[in-house]
Design a protein around this ligand. Structure first.
Ligand code: GLP
Length: 242
């Protein structure tokens, strides 16, 4: 894992954009995409760029259960607004939050990822160290599954809903094992609320209690942090400063 400390969020977004540009220039076919407020600046840079995704495929990490794709709180809707409407891909896949048969849906989505091996997977990180919606305790070799969200995640994501009661209690997510199959992984974390999770991911023990710690020993992982998210890291943990 290589940790890049950016001067601020704008510098971090630019560094993330450069990683995207490079892997696309090198012939990447499939991008693994993430939602949340962290990648919004990167998506703006991608929208405003001359990059063309029309021959590429995207696969997203996760989707809430029980929310339709045209619901503004769905991850489908988020991706349309932040990227796909401006920059369509040949194929874009997300889990189906309205699937009536959960077992069939997780099988379908694992097959989607198997058929479209991810060249570059973008990740954010939850305050409890989750990646995708892999909450504490998720096995490092797990595939796509349906998950009950923790109280911490429901609270953190309540800001996108009218009230906490409206936040779905469950989601479909790629598993940690699914994520680890990606050729390259780029994780972005900004702000002091992520400092604990970042410290545990980078310096803490490898433990399923912190899903992101699964990335620690991987040499194909780049982490971009701003000073607030890096506040609890040892200087020696930082590979590069921008
Ligand atoms: C959600 C998403 C994650 C995301 C996390 C952090 O739980 N499922 O993929 O990384 O939130 O979100 P934010 O970037 O808004 O802090």
């Amino acid at each position: 894992m290589k940790v890049i400390l950016a001067l601020n969020q704008a510098a971090g977004d630019q560094a993330a954009f450069n990683v995207f540009q490079q892997v696309i220039d090198n012939g990447a076919r499939v991008l693994g995409l993430a939602t949340g407020s962290t990648p919004e600046g990167l998506y703006r840079l991608l929208r405003e760029s001359s990059l063309d995704f029309s021959a590429m495929t995207s696969v997203n990490l996760d989707e809430y259960v029980g929310i339709a794709p045209d619901n503004p709180q769905s991850y489908h809707y988020f991706m349309n607004q932040h990227l796909f409407n401006a920059k369509p891909f040949a194929h874009s896949y997300l889990p189906n939050g309205l699937a009536t048969d959960p077992d069939a849906e997780v099988k379908r989505y694992d097959q989607v990822v198997a058929d479209n091996p991810v060249d570059l997977q973008l990740l954010g990180i939850g305050r409890d160290g989750h990646i995708g919606f892999n909450e504490p305790g998720s096995p490092f070799d797990g595939g796509t599954h349906r998950v009950k969200l923790t109280e911490s995640t429901i609270e953190a994501n309540a800001r996108f809903f009218a009230s906490k009661d409206e936040v779905p209690r469950e989601a479909y997510t790629m598993g940690i094992g699914t994520i680890l199959k990606s050729r390259e992984i780029l994780l972005m974390a900004y702000g002091d609320k992520k400092a604990d999770a970042v410290q545990k991911m980078v310096e803490g023990p490898l433990t399923t209690a912190v899903a992101a710690s699964a990335l620690q020993k991987m040499d194909n992982v780049v982490v971009i942090v701003d000073p607030a998210a890096a506040a609890k890291l040892q200087p020696a943990s930082i590979s590069k400063r921008l």
